[in-house]
Design a protein around this ligand. Structure first.
Ligand code: SF4
Ligand code: FES
Length: 326
């Protein structure tokens, strides 16, 4: 496929024709817009949350007119000579602040008791782009509690309607029983006639949920994620790839997830047996520590020295670097 030129925040690169702005930025590895609903492994995802808005200040070489509105970068393809502004656009920064404010209209600020804390994309987005306060004065949405089975906890008030879990259930399991019912602010994730989500790959909806609306019942309230030790591990599994991240506390495995990349997307989906039923160290071959690329609170307590400083510092060297400690 032909390569075309594309510029984001003043950095020019070449990507294949037909690539979305978001994926072009991901390929470049810099100035990547945030994405709460797009998920590269799920067909048709994206276009729901508006967190990935960017300014297209030049449409293409052939038609250099700017696009009149901010564009969803997950749903807009690059054109040859396109110039995009992400972090360099005051309009984008302002719009993202608005999107966070909208998402937080109904999303509760219960991070201190939410199992997703530390790996919640909305928490990160709020930290990076949010405003200090909200102007919302109306009542927040409330829902009847729905039990969706022994493994998955649904907190509807935290849902941001990204549709990822619906696409996951639709595309990787053979018996989708949950979906979105109703419209507008009455829309909610539901299992029809309270059927539980029981197929072999249903646990993946936990991994794709960007917030704490779907969490792992077997890990609930067990620990804060930044106190745990993520290790890559594998086992022979006849249902899935068997490649996972086990989250350890000492020698206990307290949670198992798919291996996630720096965008929080799983590399490969895993089955429920690996996720929920293999919690003994002897079930797994441990490969080594999982690299957490994302600037995240997950990296707390997992310190790494810069490559040029990978020697154990002595009191003398520390004092020399920082006379205040001498
Ligand atoms: S439950 Fe989670 S994954 Fe599903 S639509 Fe809501 S926020 Fe998205
Ligand atoms: S990631 Fe593009 S609209 Fe949600």
């Amino acid at each position: 496929m032909a390569l075309i030129k594309f510029t984001i925040d003043g950095i020019t690169t070449e990507v294949e024709e037909g690539t979305s702005i978001l994926n072009a930025a991901r390929q470049l590895g810099k100035n990547v817009p945030p994405a709460m609903c797009y998920y590269s492994k799920l067909k048709d995802s994206g276009g729901k949350c508006r967190t990935c808005l960017v300014e297209v200040s030049k449409g293409s070489e052939k038609d250099p007119r700017p696009m009149p509105k901010l564009m969803a970068s997950c749903r807009t393809n690059v054109m040859d000579g396109m110039d995009v502004k992400n972090l360099t656009s005051p309009k984008v920064i302002e719009a993202r602040k608005g999107v966070v404010e909208f998402l937080l209209i109904n999303h509760p600020l219960d991070c201190p008791v939410c199992d997703q804390a530390g790996e919640c994309h909305l928490q990160d987005l709020g930290h990076e782009h949010g405003a200090e306060g909200t102007r919302y004065e109306e009542e927040r949405r409330e829902f009847e509690k729905i039990d969706i089975g022994p493994y998955i906890q649904l907190h509807m008030t935290r849902c941001i309607m990204c549709f990822r879990c619906v696409f996951t259930a639709d595309q990787i399991t053979n018996s989708r029983v949950h979906g979105i019912i109703n419209r507008g602010d009455a829309a909610e994730i539901s299992t029809y006639i309270a059927q539980s989500v029981e197929n072999d790959f249903s646990g993946n909806v936990i991994d794709v949920c960007p917030v704490g609306a779907l969490t792992d019942k077997t890990f609930r309230f067990k620990n804060r994620v930044w106190f745990t030790k993520p290790m890559d591990a594998h086992r022979d599994c006849d249902k899935c790839c068997g490649k996972v991240t086990v989250w350890q506390k000492g020698n206990d495995i307290i949670r198992i997830t798919g291996r996630k990349d720096k965008y929080g997307e799983v590399e490969e989906f895993i089955c429920n047996t690996c996720r929920f039923e293999k919690k003994e160290l002897s079930d797994w071959t441990i490969e080594g520590p999982r690299k957490i690329d994302r600037a995240s609170v997950q990296s707390q307590n997992h310190y790494e020295l810069a490559p040029d400083k990978q020697v154990v510092p002595t009191r003398k060297s520390l004092n020399a670097e920082n006379p205040a400690f001498a």
